[in-house]
Design a protein. Structure first.
Length: 189
């Protein structure tokens, strides 16, 4: 049921418009906060889902949502927590090349796809790193067959970007504010 409001005169009209304007502004701010919080939760679930074989709990808690109200406005931020940002930078923002031992098909792997017992076997001299003609190979000294000896090769690998954080945040922010008229500032920190 809609209530009729009777407004007479210029003074009552100004008061009504100011009152309704403040109420409308508060509703828009509340809606922006609610939608931005939902976007941050969606970004966290998308990030966790995009990690092959599932994300670890450290990554599952990476996205942070903050907001602060000011006179007549709101600042909402979606960001990656500091500690996680250092760890996840290469898979969220800009991939970086790293030199690592890549396992061959004869290597025994653990559940994460790494060479099983690498550190321990390097320490007790079962595995040796051999440099020949500018290439490094990881050799299993106690392997019975010659073809089973090479278990890893040093290669420059680039981690693929798992989730484009900025692109997804921008798309979501544009969807949130597309129907609202006003002045907005979107920026990357």
């Amino acid at each position: 049921m809609r209530m009729k409001i009777k407004v007479n005169g210029l003074k009552q009209t100004k008061e009504y418009i100011n009152k309704q304007g403040k109420k409308l502004t508060e509703e828009v701010i509340t809606e922006i906060i609610k939608d931005t919080r939902k976007l941050s939760q969606k970004m966290q679930t998308d990030l966790s889902a995009s990690v092959d074989k599932g994300a670890v709990p450290f990554t599952n808690r990476a996205v942070l949502f903050l907001y602060s109200r000011s006179r007549g406005g709101v600042t909402a931020s979606i960001l990656i927590k500091d500690i996680q940002a250092k760890y996840l930078y290469e898979i969220l923002v800009q991939p970086k090349s790293i030199s690592k031992l890549v396992p061959t098909s004869t290597a025994r792997l653990d559940k994460n796809g790494n060479i099983a017992g690498l550190k321990r076997n390097l320490a007790n001299n079962r595995y040796k790193i051999v440099k020949k003609r500018g290439k490094e190979r990881l050799i299993d000294v106690k392997a019975k067959k010659r073809e089973d000896r090479v278990i890893g090769k040093r290669e420059s690998k680039r981690r693929k970007m798992v989730y484009d954080f900025y692109r997804n945040a921008e798309k979501g922010a544009i969807l949130i504010i597309k129907d609202v008229r006003g002045t907005f500032k979107m920026k990357r920190n």
